[in-house]
Write a protein that binds this ligand. Sequence first.
Ligand SMILES: *Cc1c(COP(=O)(O)O)cnc(C)c1O
Length: 831
Amino acid sequence: MATLEFDDRSSSVVPKDIVTAALPIDESAVLVLRNAILAKLTYAVGTTPAHAKDRDWFVATALAVRDRIVDRWASSHGADGQAGRKHVYYLSLEFLIGRLLSDTLHNLRLTEPVREALAGLGVDLDELRSIEPDAALGNGGLGRLAACFMESMASLEVPAYGYGIRYEHGLFRQIILDGRQYEQPEDWLCQGNPWEFERSDVIHPVGFGGTSEEVQAPDGSRAFVWIPAETVQAVAYDTPIVGWRGRHVNALRLWSARATECLLLDAFNMGDHVGALASRTRVEAISRVLYPGDTTDAGRELRLRQEFFFTSASLQDLLARHIRLHGDLATLPDYAALQLNDTHPAIAVAELMRLLIDEHRFHWEDAWAITTKTLNYTNHTLLPEALERWPVSLLERVLPRHLQIIYQINWLHLEPLTRGEIDVDLVKSLSVIDESGGRYVRMGHLAFIGANKVNGVSALHTQLMRQTVFRDLHAVYPTRIVNKTNGITFRRWLHQANPRLSALLVDELGEEVLDQPDALLGLEKLADDQAFQNLFRKQRAAAKADLAKVVAELLGETISPDALFDVQIKRIHEYKRQLLNILEAIALYSAIRAEPERHWVPRVKILAGKAAASYHQAKLIIKLANDVAKVINSDPLVAGRLKVVFLPNYNVSLAEAIVPAADLSEQISTAGMEASGTGNMKLALNGALTIGTLDGANVEIRECVGAENIFIFGLTAQEVEARRRSTAHQEPDAWSARLRGALELIRVGTFSPDEPHRFDPLLHALAVDDLFMVTADFDAYWAAQRQVDDLWQSPSAWWRASILNTARVAWFSSDRTIREYAEEIWRVPVQ
Ligand SMILES: *Cc1c(COP(=O)(O)O)cnc(C)c1O
């Protein structure tokens, strides 16, 4: 057994390059796998080992592994069906999954056997993994949460379906050219997807437009039928999601839009070859892209069509399943719990009512009771511009019957308030219809009224929900809002993304740490242990060296693993304040240049993230980061002390490479604006120390890790609110010399000599109202960063804090989150 450099104890860690808590490998199992992969390569892919390309090997391996899942899938299903267990249905317009091969192998405990099976065929598993395209069916945290929840529900053996859209093009690929972001279409399906099963027998019709007609029901009462102008077919594609140790498998069912008629044959035969396909193109646009641009009316309408398309297909699907298993929809709430991930599927309130009343002949009151016992809604943002509202005129055109139902729901909801003296402001605030300039349907209100439980995603966010957007609704329904702080799956974000740390943990804490996040607490007693600290450092150093290689490949920039890796990776948004981070980099650059002889802690600032295509300020922030990087990285005076790198095309796979290598985690949003964050959890779990504001789940991270193991700075949510109210905006004269100096460098064109005014829009926003409090928090942020420097200079104190972060964040496992949903919201049993 090799002895490690820092290891003064006799036992333990073998310097395995890639280590997943190694199991003894069963040679006959390896042989069986090898044959299975070869058979797939030959008969499913249709090639031979001599001619196979990397992609062919990937597909053959995925198919061989998928067979193992299918066996378990069948048994999971049989068991749930027979036991008549309650199902959870998770409706989400986004699932940001990433790659599935590593995750699946890890959960099936097949990583090492498959590695060996492939090695015998002359194929390297790690190269194969990088062939798989990321399934990027989401923008960021909200979609990644849905993916973590799917994995945890499978691991906890909760019978569940995820429902969403099978976008042909996921989130755009970000290219950085001359420091600017360009968007390219993401083509993840272009070479097929070995994980999915097309269910061409599972098809539901989804209507659009037309009219709502009053008719006489068989019993003589009046009823409505919707006669849509257009009908689209939703075709199911299932991806099996396997839980930990392969105990249970659930399906992620994604809908693809298909025209009812493939081709207008008459038109085609008359010579109109393009026109014959036009309506088909229009229909199939529904599942073409994630988040169609919303700057045009056509883009917004397409988005509404997407939302209704997947919501209606999913509801029809689960109602059909319920009828098949239980006969009568009256018992739906006993066997189905629906979770609406944000308001994107909020039209479910009206669609479930329509299906129950118009198609299944329920009376309004009974349908309403079923709906409000079955649906639940998760709110993800308080930002007014992000709360969905649809123009009444648009709904009237696209979903006329639903608008009618929404009016009725709203009337019954407001009617009690109209008895006696009417409080007009209260009625306005509670109404589903927003009449302040134009008429809109507030989807958050609709979801709230139609739900059994409404939840926020961190303690602070839930409290703010009760005090702000839903204040009046909360007063009417005081028990409806509950908190469910987000979590992340440790299987992906620790054990699989960071195999070295995982192996170290298994060595110290035993295999239990793979099953039981709370076992991490066992690290507390090792936090001061010099030998363990050295092992902990060593795994980080190796991950940093790996990331340095990635940086060299992507940017041609050399970064030293000895430097402090300071990481901010997330969507680029003004409220997330990448600008604050860049300003600090500029100020630090000036300070180093002013005193180059002083001892400076070597630091590499690593940024990554995408900006929405139409978000100009965010794109300008990307340009600034890149321009600043160019100047700093080429200045010999600061060489070896400060570097800034912006890594292109942030996605799940890049996150998996960066997270294990981070020393410092930037979570610096304007307090009150980040609902939870989950990047903060991934980084803390892997031992990065957080520098952050008291925002979202940072508040709870501080409670867990202890105030002495996190760097908190800046205005609180309450203080931000108070400043916003007071008209006395902090004048530029009140800015510190350091802040003014940094802004001045930008203003005079130090980073944009070819275009000195390039960043005026950013400077202007800071000078005029600084909505995101960048200038107000700058000095506190600078001071906190210098505390970071101080701690870094006492390595044993730094590593103690780092180890305690990993030890104390078990609570942020999405298994804990799912258990809470299961107990308090869904009322389903868990393992
Ligand atoms: C975790 C994750 C996010 C969310 O990050 P936040 O820091 O919470 O905003 C976004 N994108 C990807 C790819 C992620 O893995």
